[in-house]
Each structure stands twice: as structure tokens, then as C-alpha cells.
Design a protein around this ligand. Sequence first.
Ligand code: ADP
Ligand code: MG
Length: 293
Amino acid sequence: MVIVPIEIRAEQLGKSFGDHVVLSEIDLTIHSGEIVCIVGASGSGKTVLLDTLVGLIAPDSGRVLAADHNADSDADGQPPLRDLTTITERELDLVRLHWAVVFQRNALFSGTVRENLALWLREHTKLDQAEIDRRARASLEAVALDVADVLDKDRDELSGGMAKRVAIARAIACDPLVMFYDEPTTGLDPMVGSAMHDLIWRTHVAPPPAQGEGFAFRDLGFVRPRRTPSAKRTTIIVTHDRDLLRRLRPRVIMLHESRVCYDGPYARFGEPDCPPAQAYLQFMPVLHEREIQ
Ligand SMILES: Nc1ncnc2c1ncn2[C@@H]1O[C@H](COP(=O)(O)OP(=O)(O)O)[C@@H](O)[C@H]1O
Ligand SMILES: [Mg+2]
């Protein structure tokens, strides 16, 4: 039997703000290579869940375990799992070297597009300036931006759609093993949104470079050990873009009243055994429009 390694696991996660319970008893296991969409109404806790999975929010109860690709895997190919609730900041930074997060509000730094794309690569890898520049240009091309036009634009000169695409380009440039996206298509016009669906899919299925072609990390002093031909990318997306679900046909996890009310294939999402999912599918376009305003 082939054992698919675990990438990230949530166990009995709980999170409240004051007496407002946002997450309760959330259990999830996401395996290497999966593409997962987390859906739910506005305010249902999708962003809080994502931020908890990436270690930005500490849960009140339960824990998050994440694969540490800097350490050797066991005989089944499973990297050691680190508990993000007890890990040190330094260890968390090392786990995160293999992740990229596209935040809902993009989180671009002040400065130019070029600086936004280069900063992480310059600080964390041993890539030379020419290679960093090449990656920056290639990533901007991948998100269908005019490189010559945007490279030296300041963050504050970008439209909402351009800023979103730059944020995705910045993530791709880091060539992560795990991609997290929070509402990657919200606020984009349908044509650009549809190009983003394709880009998310292409990024998901593109094999990471083989051993030796990866980055050498300053922090680690050696090439990422996961850079083997069998390594697969994992993609976790918070969204309520119905077209994105249709395009990716992912595993769907739906949050409702602080709990997971559906966790299964897209093909079965909305079947009668999950009434909130039916209601959600019906109202999703309305919610989506509301978010854009
Ligand atoms: N830092 C915070 N302090 C207080 N309440 C918060 C905080 N972050 C999120 N919330 C609340 O938690 C709920 C879920 O938020 P969020 O995860 O952002 O929803 P969404 O599913 O739209 O992404 C909302 O009611 C929100 O107001
Ligand atoms: Mg959100």
C-alpha cells in the first residue's frame, strides 16, 4: 500500500474571540499533493482557520501539525510533523521556508513590485541577483502582467486586480511546496479571475524542481531535502468562487456554525446529506458579489 505523507493536520482546533466561538473541534488532515478548498459564508471562520493552519493565530485549544521538509523523512516518506503550538519561532521559520501564502489583502510591502518579488529570495536563498531577476520576470509573466510596465511600479500605484496578481507572482517566485491562498479571485473581473483559476491549477500540478535544482537556503546552508522528483505540491485555498470550485474540482471543506459540516470531493458537495452546502451553493453568487463591493 502506498502511504501518502501528511502535509498538515489540525486536531480538535478551537478558537474564540471573547464569547464569539469561531472554530470548534476542527479535525482535518491534508496530505501531500492534495488541492483543498475551504468554503463557507462570510464570517464563518475561513480566514481564521487558514491563519491558524499557517501558525499566525494560536488556537485556544487543539493543535496544528505540519510536515518539516528540512528534516529526513521516515521509511514511508513521511517528514516529521511539528506541533506549531509548541514550536519555537526559529523552527516555525524553517517549516515556512517551504510555504507561500497569498493573503486576502495581498500583504505587499511598501516599495516597488520588483522589491516585493525579490525580497524574500534575497533574504532566504543563495540565488544570485540575475537568477532572482529571472524568477521575478517569469512569475509576473505567469500571472499575465506586462513585466516592463509593472516591474518598477510602486505598490501604491497598482489597481486591486494587479496587486492580487503581484501577490500571487511573489508566492510563485518562491517555488513553495505548499501554497495557501485566501480569496485569490475576490475582486478580480471574470476574465482575470478565470486566468487565475488556470494559474492556480498549473502551479499546483507543476512538479517542483528535482534535487539540486532547488534553492540553497541561507538559513539551512544546504539545498532543500524535499527536492526529489516525487515531491508533490499541496494547495489550500479559502474561496467562495463557485467557478474556481468548478474548474479545480477539489476536495471541499465547508465551515458552518464553527464546525466542519462537509469534507469530501467536489462531486458530492451539495448532496442532500449536507443542507448547509445546498444553501451555500444557491447563495454563493450573492455572497461573492457582496464581498466585491
Ligand atoms: N482578531 C479578531 N478579533 C475579533 N474577532 C475576529 C478577529 N478575527 C476574526 N474575527 C471574527 O471571526 C469571525 C470569522 O472571521 P473570518 O475568519 O475572517 O471570516 P471569513 O470566513 O469571512 O474569512 C468573524 O465574525 C470575525 O469578525
Ligand atoms: Mg476571509
